[in-house]
Design a binder for this molecule. Structure first.
Ligand code: GLN
Length: 535
């Protein structure tokens, strides 16, 4: 195997400038040249994983096949690179410290004094190599969360310095920066980027390349200015202006010469690139005219639009891929759970996953609307559980039916805690203990689900503690609800649907199909849902 190379992506000036997509895009263009890439996200927070965080804090919790609960950027990496990653691809301050402390307790440091420096950076290096070994990667892309200059990520920057010292020719640091624009004269301002580089320099790191995110393309004058003040050659100051769709970014960076520059710096063997499929995909998106209108009934609205869309990122992307494949452009709206009356403007309604009791009755009302008005409906995890509750209450006559997550004393607990989850909740063992990751399911013959998948054995990713209460399955089935997907032992209900003659498309999944949609291979259930919405 060739010598392992490391590319670190750091952020400057402000957060939210698209570091995750930039990292995924760099991965894409290197992958398109035949390199084996792995991508690791390092988050500076102390939570051991993202599973214990509210999505309004850090965006959606992305779940991997192995059950790792990660930052949403892992979703970007999987979608752009069309790969399944493992929990090794996600590190946090908490996970790294935990490893070090566990080793110390096991006397693995052989009586030495264990110190933040060097032991934390050394642990990070060990973890990065473990991810690379697992993926047999020759290039490790590492995105460091937060921005340079924060105390929180200083030990991760120290990791770069350590690695560079040991392998000067194999380590690259990229700074993704932002150039604000003064509207009066459309001038992009370079000073904040210069400060960010100074800050990075003060940690002993010189960036090898700057990706200048900005509302407009960067002119040569400003590129020269940044190059001169930040010790770079002008070719390494990359103009990365706003684009209509994030999927254009790999093409943008490739055209700007990023892959060529990186290959040269790292001494990678020169290979021809193949971006044909991706370019075709992006070209197609740009030409779409006809719209499909999808309402997502959610609750993580609190903090402004961008947080909201981050909370449901994979759902949005899944809607996009399915729509693109069917030659339409999705127009996605956020519907406040209380405002179900506005639902008549949508071709399809999605009720995504969630936790707790807030806005539940509004969501159930929205599901009832979709069922009675025969609007295509897709329920994801909590959405499936709530659809089961709605059906129990309004079709099966179980008035007051509920989930014990919402009402412990409900007369009809049609959704109840999974038996082995009960103890975990009682002992407050919350972190990493849900039913997580990929589990197989078997689909019923001649069902909407089986038709959509075109097969009867599937594997999907999960994240839940509650399930359809086995005691109510017979009753619900006798009233017409079809459990078209079940765990192989037949105990856990994985998909609930209404038969085609009753409703054009009414289907809920206990799992999260949105976690497995990819740009070129939209998820079959999203595809079937959008198809129904177009009718
Ligand atoms: N709150 C529900 C459960 O724990 C659904 C979880 C989800 O939507 N991810 O089972």
């Amino acid at each position: 195997m060739a010598k392992r190379k490391y590319i670190f992506v750091t952020g400057g000036v402000m957060s939210g400038v698209g570091k995750g997509v930039a990292t995924a895009s760099i991965g894409k263009i290197l992958q398109s040249r035949g390199h084996k890439i792995t991508a690791v996200k390092i988050d500076p927070y102390v939570n051991v994983d993202a599973g214990t965080m509210n999505p309004t804090e850090h965006g959606e919790v992305f779940v991997l096949d192995d059950g790792g609960e990660c930052d949403q950027d892992l979703g970007n990496y999987e979608r752009f690179l069309d790969r399944n990653f493992s929990r090794l691809n996600s590190l946090t301050t908490g996970s790294v410290y935990l490893s070090v402390i566990n080793k110390e307790r096991a006397l693995k440091y052989k009586g030495r004094c264990v110190e933040v420096v060097p032991h934390i950076p050394l642990q990070v290096i060990e973890d990065l190599n473990a991810a690379a070994d697992h993926d047999k990667a020759d290039i490790v892309l590492v995105e460091i969360g937060g921005t340079v200059g924060e105390y929180q990520n200083i030990l991760f920057l120290e990791t770069i310095r350590f690695l560079k010292l040991a392998h000067p020719d194999d380590v690259i640091t990229i700074l993704v920066s932002y150039l604000p624009m003064r509207n009066r004269d459309n001038e992009l301002k370079t000073k904040p980027t210069q400060y960010a580089v100074r800050t990075l320099n003060s940690t002993g790191i010189q960036p090898d390349m700057i990706l200048a995110r900005a509302p407009l393309p960067l002119d040569n004058k400003r590129r020269e200015k940044i190059a001169l003040n930040c010790n770079l050659s002008i070719e390494d100051v990359i103009s990365a202006p706003e684009v209509d769709d994030v999927y254009e970014i790999p093409i943008q960076l490739d055209k700007a010469g990023v892959a060529d520059r990186l290959s040269k710096k790292l001494g990678l063997t020169k290979r021809k690139r193949d971006m044909k499929e991706w370019t075709r995909f992006v070209g197609k998106i740009k030409r779409l005219k006809k719209e499909v209108r999808i309402g997502i009934v959610g609750k993580y609205f609190g903090t402004g639009d961008f947080i909201l869309s981050d909370s449901y990122l994979s759902v949005i992307e899944s809607v996009k891929y399915a729509s693109y494949a069917l030659g339409v452009k999705p127009k996605i709206d956020w519907v406040d759970a209380g405002k179900w009356k506005t639902l008549n403007q949508y071709d399809g309604i999605i009720v995504p996953g969630g936790f707790g009791s807030r806005d539940i009755e509004g969501k159930i009302r929205a599901i009832r609307y979709a069922r009675e008005k025969k609007v295509p409906f897709l329920g994801l995890c909590y959405g499936m559980q709530l659809a089961t509750i709605e059906f129990a209450r309004n079709v099966a006559g179980l008035r007051g039916a509920n989930s014990t997550e919402i009402d412990k004393k409900t007369r009809y607990p049609v959704i109840d805690v999974i038996p082995d989850q009960k103890e975990k909740l009682e002992k407050a063992k919350y972190g990493g203990t849900m039913r997580l990751g990929a589990y197989p399911a078997v689909l019923g013959r001649e069902t909407i689900a089986a038709n959509a998948y075109g097969k009867r054995k599937i594997s999907e990713r999960h994240r839940h503690r509650y399930e359809v209460n086995p005691e109510y399955i017979k009753k619900l089935e006798s009233k017409g609800l079809v459990f078209s997907g079940k765990s192989p032992d037949g105990i856990l209900m994985e998909i609930a649907e209404l038969p085609k003659k009753k409703h054009p498309f009414f289907l809920g999944t206990q799992f999260h199909p949105e976690l497995k949609s990819r740009p070129m291979s939209p998820h079959p259930l999203f595809l079937a849902f959008i198809k129904a919405a177009l009718k």
